[in-house]
Design a binder for this molecule. Structure first.
Ligand SMILES: Nc1ncnc2c1ncn2[C@@H]1O[C@H](COP(=O)(O)OP(=O)(O)OP(=O)(O)O)[C@@H](O)[C@H]1O
Ligand SMILES: [Mg+2]
Length: 266
């Protein structure tokens, strides 16, 4: 399998002198084409900083990022990002289909093809029929699906997702997780998804990279050997899932956090 993303010795420091803060510390890893890799780490450890460096939005203070072998020095054309906050990531004055085709304006793709790629991406996320509506006429979960469609419409080589399901309710979150796995398998997209939710990282990932507290470094790189066909109920109650989530939790928080909960007396 070919390597899609290579992160080599990436560090990021905010500020200089006494007030300098090292957010990311010499991270090295690679992601194969077609893989869905999750990064899990405590709040504030440097996950978004790392994604911004990979996306070419903010150059790392040291180290390099390569996408299919090319050094990343600005936002690559074939990279897309889904951010956490759907309510701030869509343009309220543009219809759903116009939001989805918006980033394609800067490509060489002609208008008609842009529209058909946007419609295709909306169909892939189960949103055919709402093309003409405005984002504010949709539920939060539907808006986040529009952001995912927008990211997929450009057929990116790499899709970066920063806590993409953190601001929706639990049921919608499950639906969006399943949607992502289905679309990713169908389209063979390479995905790097950041989350602080241990269960989500294990449920979604082919692989989970566990980060330390700030400054982030990799404490483990686990292969998730669960069956490719996953189900929110049976997968989550399988002994393999329970054991993997325990392993990630111990790596993140130490053994105490996974000790059995004491039953209240009474
Ligand atoms: N623009 C900035 N200037 C200075 N410090 C920053 C800046 N952005 C982030 N930081 C600091 O860098 C560290 C890592 O921040 P980052 O947002 O990457 O963490 P995170 O793991 O994504 O957190 P969360 O889980 O809360 O989203 C934090 O201590 C944060 O305060
Ligand atoms: Mg973050």
């Amino acid at each position: 399998m070919s390597t899609m993303l290579e992160v080599s010795g990436v560090s990021h420091r905010y500020g200089t002198g006494d007030t300098a803060h090292v957010a990311v510390d010499k991270l090295t890893f690679s992601v194969d084409a077609g893989q869905l890799a999750c990064i899990v780490g405590p709040s504030g450890c440097g996950k978004s900083t790392l994604l911004r460096a990979i996306a070419g939005l903010r150059p790392p203070t040291s180290g390099t990022v390569r996408l299919h072998g090319d050094l990343v020095t600005g936002v690559p054309d074939d990279l897309a990002v889904v951010f956490q906050d759907y309510s701030r990531s869509l343009f309220p004055w543009l219809s759903v289909v116009k939001n989805v085709e918006f980033p394609l304006r800067w490509t060489k793709i002609d208008k008609q093809t842009r529209r058909s790629q946007a419609r295709e991406a909306l169909a892939a996320v189960g949103l055919s029929g709402v093309e003409g509506k405005f984002p504010w006429q949709l539920s939060g979960g539907m808006q986040q699906r529009v952001s995912i469609a927008r990211a997929l419409a450009s057929r990116p080589a790499l899709l970066l997702m920063d806590e993409p399901f953190a601001s929706v309710d639990a049921q919608t979150r499950f639906d969006l997780e399943d949607l992502l796995r289905r679309v990713q398998a169908e389209q063979g997209t390479t995905v790097l998804l950041v989350t602080h939710d241990i269960d989500e990282s294990v449920y979604l990932g082919d692989r989970v990279l566990v980060l330390s507290k700030s400054p982030a470094h990799i404490v483990a790189d686990l292969a998730i050997d669960l069956p490719a066909q996953r189900d929110q109920i049976t997968t989550r109650e399988s002994p393999e899932f329970v054991s993997l989530r325990g392993e990630v939790a111990r790596l993140l928080h130490g053994p105490a956090s996974t000790a059995p909960v004491q039953q209240a007396k009474g």
